[in-house]
Design a protein around this ligand. Sequence first.
Ligand SMILES: Nc1ncnc2c1ncn2[C@@H]1O[C@H](COP(=O)(O)OP(=O)(O)OP(=O)(O)O)[C@@H](O)[C@H]1O
Length: 315
Amino acid sequence: MIEAIQLGKQFGDFVAVRDLNLVVQPGELVALLGPNGAGKTTTVRMLAAILPPGSGQARICGYDVVSHAQRVRGMVGLLTEYPGLYGRMAALEYLAFFGALLGVEATLCRQRSEALLRQFGLWEVRDRQLESFSKGMRQKMALIRALIHDPPVLFLDEPTTAMDPQSARTVRDAIGELRSAQRSILLTTHNLSEAEELADRIAIIRGGQIIACGSFAELSRQLLGEPAFELKLTNPADQPRAVAVLRDLVSVQVLDADRLGWQTAEAHLLHPVLLNRLLTAGIGVHSLAEQPRRLEDLYLRIVAEDEAVPNPRSR
Ligand SMILES: Nc1ncnc2c1ncn2[C@@H]1O[C@H](COP(=O)(O)OP(=O)(O)OP(=O)(O)O)[C@@H](O)[C@H]1O
């Protein structure tokens, strides 16, 4: 479990993170999203016991990141944006070296290394020096390194940057599997479709503070209201009659000549009645579909609304 309680960090007069509260339960993946300079990396570095918090508290699996820093580092797997790999070492040698540093027994380390190198398609190049690896291969190696001691907590900072679509897919699938293994994962990313796909909850940080947090469905409802539906009529000439027939059932919006829209949380109850009415009135329905919502729309809206108030760093 990851816990941040009123966590804060200042660099000189500059407040990088302020009163940040966040909990990531075991088996949960939370995506931390935010504009450049929002405080994501600073937060992760504090939670991973790399940077001491300026104020507040952080705990990993119940251990305080300051008083039990060493223990916390052993329980955390960290994939940073710029992983420094030792280029002269071969892949397998590197993992043995890192595993030993983290206290992983040699035979176990070799077994895990093989399983992970195979999972990420790097087994064939296990004896090649890391300096000959492409950016994407290095990123995969950094992820394997973060997993070599089988940590209960993972911090993944931009895990799929620099990867081709197929490699990014492999890594995303692997992240999905890691989550079901009862780990707590905090993912920072600028790739919103990746966050939408992987995250159980989304936390949006701006100016060092969390300005929104919840599941995609919760944030959608809070910001955009109940799910929205769109009905397309077979014949645009029926539109005035369709509006009249549905008016007392739902708040109908005319979207254009042959399309009507509404929002409801109870589509399963409403739609059979509504379709029956239209049918009885002899009004043809071409299609009825829920309007897809994207995390990108929500994110841009949350950040734009927050920008309308003064920057929290100077509040
Ligand atoms: N060691 C430091 N000294 C001074 N300022 C710092 C230091 N580390 C971070 N900052 C500042 O704190 C703010 C937050 O930085 P941080 O790297 O946490 O942001 P981020 O959300 O990870 O950004 P990005 O998406 O660009 O990676 C930035 O304005 C950064 O310049």
